[in-house]
Design a protein around this ligand. Structure first.
Ligand SMILES: [Zn+2]
Length: 225
């Protein structure tokens, strides 16, 4: 069977021999096409006039603003349960809208609303010139596509330049970036970019190994990425 040559959007020619390109690995092809086939135009502020930003972005807000966010979210989640025909007289569901609202705002998405962790960098006085590595850093995150947990570990290694940082701080930085709506590649990028800016190392790498519950729960093959 001969191969065909196809024209791409950007006019490059590709050889179409059983090539599959997955741009977004935890979406089915159908979902990917849904999200990219239609031109959407969404507002950039909400009905309260507040600015909207990416799921893995960060704009710190006050504790009072966060409390108000929980209240507003709870009332919307009551509607969600209603639409799903879940009776809140069932004692297991009575507090669910409140529980979910608090969980999203104060736990799963908290990295969107808080300042970065307080960090001190130290001069590399002994001129360490070898790889410093911290493995097994817990990653607890939320997949932006399906709002299901991403659970795993990160390894961060760097060869210092002028500065070094306490290893426990790498955990705090990872947590701050993880507690947002994420996709794994962007999470790794954000952590790496932040540390490069902070430490100006000679080299730095971030490797994340995790399980994506959107794939496990839905039965999409390849549950470990
Ligand atoms: Zn997902």
């Amino acid at each position: 069977m001969g191969s065909e040559l196809l024209q791409n959007d950007d006019n490059t020619t590709i050889n179409n021999q059983n090539i599959k390109v997955f741009n977004s690995y935890d979406l089915t092809e159908e979902e990917y096409e849904d999200e990219h086939g239609i031109e959407h135009k969404f507002p950039t502020t909400n009905s309260y006039g507040e600015g909207l930003f990416d799921a893995n972005g960060n704009e710190p807000i006050s504790d009072d603003e966060r409390k108000e966010m929980v209240e507003r979210l709870e009332s919307k989640l009551v509607e969600v349960l209603d639409i799903l025909r879940i009776d809140r007289n069932d004692p297991n569901s009575t507090q669910t809208p409140r529980r979910l609202a608090k969980m999203y705002v104060n736990e799963l998405l908290i990295g969107r609303y808080t300042n970065p962790p307080k960090l001190t960098v130290f001069p590399n006085r002994k001129e360490v010139n070898e790889l410093i590595i911290s493995k097994g850093i817990t990653v607890k995150s939320l997949c932006s596509h399906h709002w299901q947990p991403i659970s795993g570990t990160a390894a961060i290694g760097y060869i210092p330049g002028k500065y070094v940082i306490g290893l426990s701080k790498l955990t705090r930085i990872t947590e701050w970036f993880s507690r947002r709506g994420q996709i794994q590649e962007e999470l790794g990028e954000q952590i790496a970019d932040f540390l490069v800016e902070l430490l100006k190392p000679k080299a730095l790498g971030v490797v994340i190994r995790s399980r994506h519950y959107c794939m496990i729960a839905r039965g999409v093959s390849g549950d470990e990425v």
